[in-house]
Design a protein around this ligand. Structure first.
Ligand SMILES: [Zn+2]
Length: 155
């Protein structure tokens, strides 16, 4: 069942950070370094290769265009241009069997349900959330770091 699709951050955001070296809407300087640990790129949703590739760390509000209040937090993208994740209805491989928190949001940015997965239950958990008609979209976060990873939208 195609109940949702994966949504990465917009390309215009990634380009803005790469071009200006600043966080969109906040103006804080983006930090550039070689990836030193697990660093998922929020644009292509691939991992930024540890010890090899450079990342940009910046402040991003995942509720941009969705509602208030904002909830700015740190995210990474590749320094080099990368293709935006193409969507699709499966949790990307890089995030499977990880410690993830899935937050289901309804009208007015209200959190209606939160589910934590640790053992590969992420796809089933996401599909389950979208069976609730009042859930409009889902934010997927790292349970350990708390950082926003990507959004799931109802199809
Ligand atoms: Zn990337």
């Amino acid at each position: 069942m195609n109940s949702f699709q994966v949504v990465a951050i917009p390309t215009e955001i990634a380009e803005q950070v790469r071009n200006t070296g600043k966080s969109p809407n906040y103006g804080f300087p983006a930090h550039r370094e070689v990836a030193a640990g697990r660093a998922p790129c929020r644009h292509c949703l691939k991992l930024i290769e540890h010890g090899q590739e450079e990342l940009l760390l910046f402040t991003y509000d995942p509720f941009r265009e969705l509602g208030e209040p904002p909830l700015p937090g740190p995210v990474y993208i590749h320094v080099k241009e990368c293709p935006r994740h193409s969507g699709g209805n499966a949790i990307p491989e890089e995030y499977q069997e990880r410690l993830l928190t899935l937050e289901g949001y309804g009208e007015n940015r209200a959190v209606l349900k939160e589910v934590r997965v640790s053992d590969g239950g992420e796809q089933a958990a996401a599909e389950q959330l979208f069976r609730e008609p009042s859930i409009r979209y889902v934010h997927v976060r790292s349970t350990e770091a708390g950082c926003f990873l990507f959004r799931l939208e109802r199809c």
